[in-house]
Design a protein around this ligand. Structure first.
Ligand SMILES: NC(=O)c1ccc[n+]([C@@H]2O[C@H](COP(=O)([O-])OP(=O)(O)OC[C@H]3O[C@@H](n4cnc5c(N)ncnc54)[C@H](OP(=O)(O)O)[C@@H]3O)[C@@H](O)[C@H]2O)c1
Length: 225
């Protein structure tokens, strides 16, 4: 039975990922930052505030050397959604970088041996098309810049982990109906998750050239940087 660890698994896309993998028979570590937050039935709840290095270390201590086939860095924040940049405190911009960029890389570093010890050896990172320099838009500068930084960090990480057979994959989930995406979004969480899974579930040590360090839309098409 493969094992996956998903961050931000208590709501939105992360919760739907946890539900989907649990239903498919995987062992699912559903990470949520607050102990009271509910995660899908049948998953293994674990505590993780991705922005807190002590919390990351405590999770590593809990997991020990257990192999993790897929580490899915899903948790994220969009603190400047609909906000005027002039009114955005620097703290919010820095927090966007901490949660959206620094945290996924720190967690990946901490769990690299667990992923390397697994059969599939995949690290997935939920990014966004809004981070694409080729498709740049306007507004949401804190969010966009934090995710663009994530993309670069993951590209660098993908080179570092390649010798260990690990594939780092960046994904755009679509514009999804969640607390973050809002009711007007294009697709529901199930459509997003089933689409992204088609990409992530095909990756593995034998397919590194096709997946490692690449950026995919939820429909499997490649996204320009
Ligand atoms: N929805 C979209 O249209 C869309 C589009 C492109 C990309 N994305 C990306 O997809 C991912 C999931 O988005 P979503 O729409 O599901 O968002 P969401 O509904 O707002 O859920 C965000 C999740 O991240 C968790 N989280 C935030 N900060 C955290 C922290 N410090 N430690 C641990 N968990 C933390 C939240 O936990 P709490 O409940 O504790 O706050 C929650 O579980 C994000 O990375 C987002 O940037 C979403």
């Amino acid at each position: 039975m493969p094992t996956i660890l998903i961050t931000g698994a208590n709501r939105g896309i992360g919760q739907a990922l946890a539900t989907s993998y649990q239903a498919a028979g995987w062992k699912v570590y559903a990470a949520r930052r607050y102990g009271g937050a509910v995660v899908p039935e049948g998953t293994h709840p674990v505590r993780l505030d991705v922005g807190d290095e002590h919390s990351i270390k405590a999770l590593k201590d809990q997991l020990g050397d257990e192999p993790i086939d897929v580490l899915w860095n899903n948790a994220g924040v969009f603190l400047d959604k609909g906000k005027d940049l002039a009114k955005l405190p620097d703290e919010d911009w820095l927090e966007s970088f901490r949660v959206n960029c620094v945290a996924p890389i720190r967690l990946a570093e901490m769990l690299i041996d667990n992923v390397a010890a697994s059969d599939r050896r995949v690290m997935a990172f939920t990014s966004t098309k809004m981070a694409s320099l080729a498709r740049y838009g306007q507004g949401s500068i804190a969010y966009r810049s934090s995710k663009t930084a994530l993309n670069m960090a993951v590209r660098c990480l993908s080179h570092d982990v390649a010798p260990r057979g690990i594939s780092c994959i960046m994904l755009h989930p679509g514009w999804v109906k969640t607390d973050m995406g809002g009711e007007a979004a294009d697709i529901d969480v199930e459509t997003s998750v089933s689409g992204m899974r088609k990409t992530v579930d095909q990756a593995g040590p034998g397919q590194q050239a096709d997946y490692n360090g690449r950026f995919f839309d939820y429909d499997g098409s490649a996204i320009d940087w």
